[in-house]
Design a protein around this ligand. Sequence first.
Ligand SMILES: Cc1ncc(COP(=O)(O)O)c(C=O)c1O
Length: 290
Amino acid sequence: MTAPIAHFNGKLTPLDQISISPLDRGFIFGDGIYEVVPVYGGTMLRAREHFERLQRSCDEIRLQNPHTTDEWIRLSQELLKHHPGDQSIYIQVTRGAPKTRDHVMPKGLTPTVFMMCYPRVPPTREQVENGVACVTHRDFRWEKCNIKSTSLLGNVLARQVSADVGAVETILIRDGHVTEASASNVFVVKNGVVAAPPQDHLILLGITYELLVRLASEGKVKLEIRPITEAELRAADEVWLSSSTKEVLAVTTLDGKPVGNGKPGGAFRRMHALFQEHKAALKAKGAVAA
Ligand SMILES: Cc1ncc(COP(=O)(O)O)c(C=O)c1O
């Protein structure tokens, strides 16, 4: 079987022919940033927003973004010619490969650029209809969670806490408040009102989170952005996860106890329908990026 085509430093290259220096700062320090753009039938969902977040991540780590948003979109389109259908595009930029290992940021390095595609695996029908199980854990990550950094050890350790008990996500609590989950954002619903945690440095501002906020406003769903206490999480009628991979999913079990009545709630079903309508409209338009 031939290796899938990826993008490496300006060239389309079979994935198995790409080699990266062991001194690359992405390898040595996790000194890089990344993005994941969902693609539905060839159309990138919210590509511009993803590449604008990539710019913000670059700014936060003082890395010169090697491409403009338009260039990133064009590179993604080129790659997508080799990957039809529903895909996720993974984009990683590291600070590059210096000659020695030194924490100090070297001057004049050329960033390493890597992009690949893999088939999008949407949530199963079972997960959408019955919801998923999550556990909670103390948020032991750093204080710059707004950066989509490749240094994901904290998130990996957090995710494993749920994987170990067969759950889908680990919802994180910092100083008595819900931040996010290991690879998703979190929403809670009480008496029909949706709440989302503040868009600060303690969470990654999800592109899906932003889309849900917009869809809620257009769909006349009441949504507040404000701190959410752990007590509110545990007393919520509904809890949702959102991400480019999970879209929006209901959490129906938290730490082994049912959330609300243990079934995906009415607010979830409304938001899920709004999301599916948004996707269908996008596919119908047949645009390359929306
Ligand atoms: C820590 C974290 N929070 C939130 C998200 C959701 O972001 P998005 O909706 O842009 O996929 C992700 C996605 O990978 C993530 O890793």
